[in-house]
Write a protein of this length. Structure first.
Length: 208
């Protein structure tokens, strides 16, 4: 399975600020959106194009426009919402779905509490957003939900991933491509990515 690390210098610069515990909520949110937008350029590199006729001020020429399957952006609540916002800046016509999961603090397993997807999800290319790919429990569960609804072209986008999380997704869903901005060292005993950036949801929304 393909894992793409988008290590562009602009992304790495912004990621350094995101990791800093002194970065405030407003700046954190803005940078998360910006990093996701930059990542989306690479994640969407394989979108299909088709020739179209365009009349410029000088003459009629052939240009390229998006074709093929339409897009769906699916956020794993709640932190995945910030990534969807960033991608929508590029593809505002994409439909958006939501999968609500939280991690049980004792078992670290995902618990589903909400799911609302576009009715034609099976006909769309799906970009699943989850800022932190840690134990991968939530991502794996969300991918299983999408497949049960008929989705078969899924890419998982995360800002930071742990090697353990990548391996778990690869084992359970080997057909799903993963796109990340960084692969960190490891998970600690509490299932957090090290060095990571803390709890993404809390830092986005100012909660604890």
């Amino acid at each position: 399975m393909k894992v793409t690390v988008v290590d562009h210098p602009l992304i790495q610069h912004k990621l350094a600020i995101i990791r800093d515990k002194h970065t405030g909520n407003k700046e954190f949110r803005e940078l998360m959106e910006e990093v996701t937008m930059l990542m989306a350029y690479e994640a969407m590199r394989d979108l299909e194009l088709a020739p179209v006729s365009v009349e410029t001020p000088l003459l009629t020429t052939t240009a390229q426009m998006l074709s093929g399957k339409k897009l769906a952006l699916v956020a794993i609540l709640r932190a995945g919402l910030i990534m969807v916002d960033g991608i929508l800046e590029l593809v505002p016509a994409a439909k958006v779905g939501h999968i609500g999961l939280y991690r049980d603090p004792q078992t670290l397993n995902p618990v589903e509490y909400y799911c609302k997807l576009p009715a034609d999800i099976a006909e769309r290319r799906v970009f699943l957003t989850d800022p932190m790919l840690a134990t991968a429990g939530s991502a794996i569960h969300a991918i299983s939900i999408l497949k049960a609804k008929g989705a078969h072209h899924i890419k998982l986008m995360s800002i930071i991933a742990a090697p353990e999380g990548i391996k778990r997704v690869q084992k359970v869903h080997p057909d799903v491509e993963i796109v990340v901005a960084a692969v960190d060292s490891h998970l600690n005993d509490h299932g957090y990515i090290v060095p990571g950036l803390g709890d993404a949801g809390d830092r986005i929304y100012g909660t604890k």
